[in-house]
Design a protein around this ligand. Structure first.
Ligand code: ACO
Length: 325
């Protein structure tokens, strides 16, 4: 039986040049390398300089993904850009990427699910491709999250970083089995009752300003481990697979302790977890495609591998996707 599948044919990423270490931050707020590493696993993060925009990072990642896929920009008919830090309130930063790539056809829009944005974007693109509405998509996760940080709040400013990752997703025909390449299943959730636990205290219609990230870290941590384990289980049940079938786990890179806790809860050995949080920090919507890009470039993820993606973020939002590479 022939079924439509959305296959990831290329991945790329970009990090701003400036690296900010924990010691650098300890000169600004009352913190230490020891505290940050012990509580989060983060050693450094990349941050944009003055004038560097989310679209600059996203464009570089998109070009790298297109080159990796061997796909011409003119073949792209859908761009979904997951970001919490658009260049402007409008237009969608995706349209800037579209214009920069010289594409004048198809659709381009931004998607807001904070740290879950890439998984939400991948699932959205997958559904468009499977429905036959578009053929070749660019799904980008890009953030200049440092623009939302309050550098007087040590409980948040040490956790986040900037960066971008992108994948090319192409409609192909599969056999309808779990051996098919592509997105095999995706599961998305939101629960708006938790808004106050992780949010930005500004916005165009409330304060007419951008605002800063506010977070009750302990509550986020508690929900993250439970929700992530549940949504992973959903993906396994939907495909009739077990955790032993997974070759690589590429989670949202929020915190090493969350990732360790999740891996333990779902019974996944640590060597199958792709972990970049130590070098990148939490880059929100960019973290999953950034980690994917690292693991593909260093040869860990190979064609045919079964890759489990997950993310959780503000809202709360959370989701998982199972992808045959
Ligand atoms: N440096 C030094 N001390 C600090 C710092 C810091 N940067 N930040 C907080 N502290 C202090 C606190 O003030 C507190 O001091 P007190 O006991 O004197 O009051 C102490 O450290 C403990 O603070 P807690 O908040 O209880 O520390 P906790 O062990 O919970 O770790 C952390 C905090 C790292 C934020 C943790 O709760 C966490 O990882 N939560 C998940 C949040 C997260 O990852 N969010 C990302 C966005 S959502 C997502 O992507 C899933």
């Amino acid at each position: 039986m022939s079924v439509p599948r959305s296959v990831i044919t290329g991945v790329g990423s970009y990090l701003p040049k400036k690296i900010v270490t924990n010691d650098d931050l300890s000169k600004i707020v009352d913190t230490s390398d020891e505290w940050i590493v012990e509580r989060s696993g983060i050693r450094q993060r990349h941050m944009v300089e003055d004038g560097e925009k989310t679209s600059d990072l996203a464009l570089a990642a998109a070009k790298a993904a297109l080159a990796n896929a061997g796909v011409d920009a003119q073949d792209i008919d859908l761009i979904i850009m997951a970001t919490t830090t658009p260049d402007n309130t409008f237009p969608a930063t995706a349209t800037t990427i579209q214009a920069e790539l010289g594409i004048h056809h198809g659709a381009a829009f931004d998607l807001q699910a904070v740290c879950s944005g890439f998984v939400f974007g991948l699932s959205t693109a997958d559904n468009f491709l499977k429905a036959g509405q578009f053929k070749n998509a660019l799904v980008i996760g890009a953030e200049t999250f440092s623009r939302l940080l309050d550098f007087e709040d040590r409980t948040t400013c040490v956790l986040f970083g900037d960066g971008a990752g992108a994948v090319v997703l192409q409609a192909q025909e599969g056999e309808g089995t779990i051996e098919d390449r592509g997105v095999l299943t995706a599961h998305l959730h939101s629960d708006g009752r938790h808004k106050e636990k992780l949010y930005v205290d500004g916005g165009p219609s409330s304060t007419q300003s951008v605002g800063h990230v506010r977070m009750i870290g302990r509550d986020v941590f508690r929900h993250a481990v439970v929700n992530i384990a549940d949504v992973i289980n959903e993906a396994l049940v939907a495909t009739n697979l077990t955790i032993d079938d997974i070759d690589w786990f590429v989670p949202h890179q929020a915190n090493k302790r969350i990732l360790d806790g999740t891996a333990k809860r779902i019974g996944l050995p640590p060597e199958k977890v792709v972990m970049t949080v130590g070098e990148h920090g939490n880059t929100s919507a960019a973290s999953v495609p950034l980690a994917l890009s690292v693991a593909v470039a260093d040869g860990r993820i190979k064609r045919g591998d079964l890759v489990l993606l997950e993310a959780m973020g503000g809202g709360f939002t959370w989701g998982s996707a199972l992808v045959r590479w």
